[in-house]
Design a protein around this ligand. Structure first.
Ligand code: FAD
Ligand code: NAD
Length: 465
């Protein structure tokens, strides 16, 4: 088989890979993208961000219709869950978006290869079909590895394809679990735990640490835990899970120093690990680090000439938009010599209700680094729009440098926090001060006014509190 030559071959079509492919094509490169599953879009579009958000939206509407509409004077009788329709809708959202990536590839003349890509030498990749036979041989000056991640396992807890599963299973349970035990109070545990709680499951979250959402601002995480408990979620903190086994139709979950828990389903959500399965790293002399990640320099170059890596397969936050930014910076550098990601301005959002969003540094990080800061807080209960929505829990917290007033971190727990954080990310990217935000006109009545008020609070001149 003769090798087909491209300027750039990208392995993986997740948000890192497909966005890099489109940007590289815009910059005039002849680009190929190899994806081993039939649908494009990666974890994010197929089994991650998008289906989870579709279910979060649907389950929230179900729950709100049952519990909150009456307060608005809307009486609805006989509210019932139609889970098959809810799951089908989620699948349709996924199908529409994954097909959309295919159309973007066509529009941008990105060549798509379906199969498992493996590096076989410098500048050489083979693509194998589902039967293992080679579909294509590719030659390229540049190879970008964007093969993403997969669920981390836990000793003693084996995925059994039914009762003990990962996020992928929890996106498609055929029935609402009676009792769902979630291992890990991180992003996945809280989002998918919320989905099934709203649909009627009893949800118990077991977390190894003494807090939820490690890495997020601890004041907001504590408040969020209280709100989730009010919704009916149970948290057992300081629980190191040591095993789970299926006994007839039940699962028995064991943790150190505690009574075993019985449930009908377990969602294991203790993180994700880089995916470098059968990638041929040896063929170019590459080794992963102790956590299975591909080491790269500041410009995403690996130690092998012409081989780069981006997204979940390298270090840093496992977030779709982080993978996208890296993909763009990586190929811009290949094509133009320049490309950069500002890691200080990458937001993180947990799409629970209320949402939790964060960008920049937390108070704990600033304290640890010995950076003096001022803090401005504004509670949504004093915001007119939040009142009108009937969604008043949470707050905006802005941390600014004590001397320069430069915004160092913004943390929001509240309605649409995930959308509100965009303003804060732009402010940090532009090096804004709290006063810059405070003096910018925010329309009334909007949730965004809570951000402005928190910025005013940094300077001690909040108006509505
Ligand atoms: P991936 O999206 O994992 O894509 C890698 C692709 O490479 C896959 O399609 C895989 O099939 C393919 N591949 C792997 N090996 C090969 C090979 N050898 N040859 C060919 N193809 C290969 N992040 C957010 O920012 N927001 C969210 O709301 C969010 N929600 C999430 C919800 C869940 C349930 C999960 C699991 C994750 C979520 N994430 C979210 C994380 C997000 O999905 C990842 O950070 C993101 O998908 C990483 O992008 P990537 O391009 O690096 O890799
Ligand atoms: P996570 O890292 O967010 O949380 C894992 C949790 O499991 C941690 O709190 C950890 O302390 C706990 N844990 C680890 N071992 C344990 C044990 N033995 N017993 C009990 N608890 C244990 O991981 P995740 O929730 O699996 O999500 C994986 C990644 O996917 C996240 O890091 C995130 O980057 C990404 N993701 C993002 C979003 C989003 O952006 N909204 C949504 C879902 C997933």
């Amino acid at each position: 088989m003769d090798a087909v030559t491209h300027d750039l071959v990208i392995l993986g079509s997740g948000p890192g890979g497909y966005v890099a492919a489109i940007r590289a094509a815009q910059l005039g490169l002849n680009v190929a993208c190899v994806e081993e599953v039939p649908a494009l879009g990666g974890t994010c579009l197929r089994i991650g961000c998008i289906p989870s958000k579709a279910l979060l939206e649907s389950s929230e509407r179900f729950h709100e219709t049952k519990t909150a509409l009456a307060a608005h004077g809307v009486k609805v009788a006989g509210v019932e869950l139609d889970l098959p329709t809810m799951l089908q809708r989620k699948d349709q959202v996924v199908t529409d978006l994954t097909r959309g990536v295919g159309m973007l590839f066509k529009k941008n003349k990105v060549t798509r290869y379906e199969g498992h890509g493996r590096i076989v030498g410098p500048g050489r990749v083979v693509v194998a079909g589902a039967d293992g036979a080679n579909v294509a041989e590719l030659a390229a000056k540049h190879i970008v590895i964007a093969t993403g991640s997969k669920p981390a396992g836990l000793k003693g807890v084996e995925f059994d394809g039914d009762r003990i599963g990962s996020s992928t299973d929890a996106l498609a349970y055929a029935d609402v679990p009676k009792h769902l035990v979630v291992i890990g109070a991180g992003y996945i545990g809280l989002e998918l735990g919320s989905v099934w709680l709203r649909l009627g499951a009893k949800v118990t979250v077991l977390e190894y640490l003494d807090r939820i959402l490690p890495g997020m601002d601890s004041e907001l995480a504590t408040e969020a835990k209280r709100l989730f408990e009010r919704q009916g979620m149970t948290f057992l903190l300081g629980r190191r899970v040591t095993g789970a086994k299926v006994e007839k139709k039940e699962v028995v979950v064991e943790s150190e120093g505690a009574e075993p828990l019985r449930c009908d389903r377990v969602l294991l959500a203790v993180g994700r690990v880089p995916n470098t399965d059968d990638l041929g790293l040896d063929a170019v002399g590459l080794k992963t680090d102790e956590r299975g990640r591909i080491p790269v320099d500041d410009h995403y170059s690996t130690s092998a000439a012409g081989v780069y890596a981006i997204g979940d397969v390298i270090g840093g936050a496992m977030l779709a938009h982080k993978a996208e930014e890296e993909g763009i910076a990586c190929v811009e550098r290949i094509a133009t010599g320049y490309g950069h990601v500002n890691y200080g301005a990458i937001p993180g959002i947990v799409y629970t209700h209320p949402e939790i969003a964060s960008v920049g540094r937390t108070e704990e990080e600033l304290q640890k680094a010995g950076i003096a800061y001022r803090k401005g807080t504004f509670f949504f209960r004093a915001n007119g729009r939040a009142k009108a929505l009937g969604d008043v829990d949470g707050r905006v917290k802005i941390l600014a440098d004590e001397t320069t007033d430069r915004i160092l971190g913004v943390h929001i727990l509240g309605p649409r926090a995930g959308d509100l954080i965009a303003e804060a990310a732009v402010a940090i990217e532009f090096g804004a001060s709290a006063e810059d935000l405070a003096r910018s006109c925010h329309a009334h009545p909007t949730l965004a006014e809570a951000v402005k008020e928190a910025a005013l609070a940094v300077g001690g001149r909040v108006i509505h509190a």
